[in-house]
Design a protein around this ligand. Structure first.
Ligand SMILES: Cc1cc2nc3c(=O)[nH]c(=O)nc-3n(C[C@H](O)[C@H](O)[C@H](O)COP(=O)(O)OP(=O)(O)OC[C@H]3O[C@@H](n4cnc5c(N)ncnc54)[C@H](O)[C@@H]3O)c2cc1C
Length: 414
């Protein structure tokens, strides 16, 4: 029998599947170690945006993420194109008198976080990859399957191309094909909420403050943009309400938004394009198998109320790169389960803690029970008067608490 000849596969140390923020950061950090990396992304490269055309996906980027983006060689570009930063944060409850305010000056820090479009993060990391001779970017190219051959995985991409790698990183998002092909279980719990996002212009300036008001159907957040009168909003609410909000004409949407926000920044004068995202908490049963590691939304998703999803994924990428770097230095196999388990142990605990904390907030502020409302109001106001507790919360929001990888610990920008 004549067997069909296999096409030659290009050899790499690591194949990173998924070119979202997390996959690109992983590729940049691993490429920075001198490893040969294939960065595989299913989507075609987006054309450059028209002037003034902004991405709807605007993220609050923590100081920890800024530091590790600097370590990956992408921060300069992000800094140049970021949409703002927030020095203060105000959180209050629609059903009690509870209110809490945070100020970066209490920590002697210049900022609590940065506001960056997802597109800018991807562009900056993509530009960095082009500077790294060890990294090959393949797009559009999507993972089809793989098989284990000796100490490698032979990976087939949809277009019939083949590559081999000693380690496969699944950074291919919540519907991860890597996770499915690896047979890793996934527990998903829908919040029965959707987040409506858009950019708005308000009557009063935001004063570099990020605001969050807890309404009974979910939190409403305003993130300050570079124009003192512009903010990016994330309004988490019931699916039926989200559909209604999307269908409203801009003027009606603006006045419903301003009322839901207690006119904190006056009237809403302009409303940009709107979109809604379904919200869910999810976690993979495990993050690693021999030669396979999951990172970012492929491994976990959380409620966006504290804007931590991509930040946690970036910490996954930096931790994985650190553990792999140590294996290289010790002459160990980078895809061995012993190496990868260190990454899994390190990140599972940190990610679960953040998921549980966000869930706790969501349930606490979603409760309509009078006693709970009274307790949370009192709790917020009491915490507001307790500086050590506030400092702890600020460090958590800045991504500076917990067991951080070295790339996020080294103080470079904040
Ligand atoms: C409303 C909302 C607001 C948010 N705000 C914040 C915030 O302020 N701060 C924050 O940190 N996080 C925030 N998040 C969370 C954040 O969006 C996600 O955590 C983050 O985008 C996950 O990045 P990722 O790279 O893991 O996955 P993704 O961004 O989903 O990227 C996965 C990539 O993999 C590619 N891919 C998929 N399958 C394949 C395949 N088979 N082969 C090749 N490529 C493939 C996809 O094309 C995609 O580009 C928010 C989320 C929502 C819904």
């Amino acid at each position: 029998m004549i067997r069909p000849r296999r096409t030659e596969s290009a050899e790499f140390d690591v194949a990173v599947i998924g070119g979202g923020v997390v996959g690109l950061a992983a590729a940049a950090l691993l490429g920075g170690l001198g490893l040969r990396v294939a960065a595989v992304e299913a989507g075609a490269a987006a054309p450059p945006p028209a002037p003034g055309d902004h991405d709807l996906r605007v993220y609050a980027v923590t100081c920890a993420s800024a530091r590790l983006l600097a370590h990956a060689g992408a921060w300069e570009e992000v800094e140049r194109r970021r949409r703002g930063c927030f020095r203060r944060m105000e959180v209050w409850d629609a059903h009690s008198r509870g209110r809490i305010c945070f100020d970066s000056t209490a920590l002697a820090e210049p900022t609590l976080g940065y506001i960056v479009e997802q597109r800018v993060l991807c562009d900056a990391l993509g530009a960095r990859l082009r500077q790294l001779p060890e990294v090959t970017v393949m797009r559009p190219a999507s993972l089809q399957s793989w098989e284990s051959v000796a100490e490698c995985l032979e990976v087939t991409l949809q277009e019939g191309r083949r590559i081999s790698a000693r380690l496969l990183v699944g950074a291919d998002g919540a519907a991860s094909r890597v996770r499915t092909l690896a047979g890793i279980g996934y527990e998903r719990h829908g919040y029965n909420q959707e987040a409506v996002v858009c950019n708005v212009r308000t009557e009063r300036p935001h004063g570099d403050t990020a605001f969050q008001r807890f309404l009974s159907q979910g939190p409403l957040a305003f993130l300050p943009l570079d124009d003192a009168h512009k903010s990016s909003i994330v309004w988490s609410t019931s699916p039926a309400h989200a559909r209604r909000l999307l269908a409203l004409d801009p003027e009606d949407f603006g006045s419903e938004l301003a009322n839901a926000f207690e006119q904190r920044l006056g009237r809403v004068l302009e409303v940009g394009q709107r979109a809604a995202f379904e919200l869910a908490r999810a976690r993979a049963e495990r993050y690693v198998l021999p030669r396979v590691a999951l990172a970012g939304d492929a491994a976990h998703s959380i409620h966006p109320l504290a804007g931590q999803g991509a930040n946690l994924g970036l910490l996954d990428a930096a931790t994985l790169a650190e553990v792999v770097g140590q294996a290289v230095a010790a002459g160990m196999d980078i895809g061995a389960i012993r190496t990868l388990r260190r990454y899994e142990r390190w990140r599972t605990g940190e990610n679960r803690l953040m998921q549980t904390t966000m869930d706790g907030f969501k349930h606490l502020f979603g409760s309509e029970l009078k006693t709970v409302r009274w307790l949370r109001g009192a709790g917020l106001s009491l915490t507001d008067r307790c500086e050590p507790a506030k400092e702890m919360i600020m460090r958590l929001a800045m991504g500076l608490s917990g067991d951080l990888p070295a790339a996020a610990r080294v103080r470079t920008i904040c």
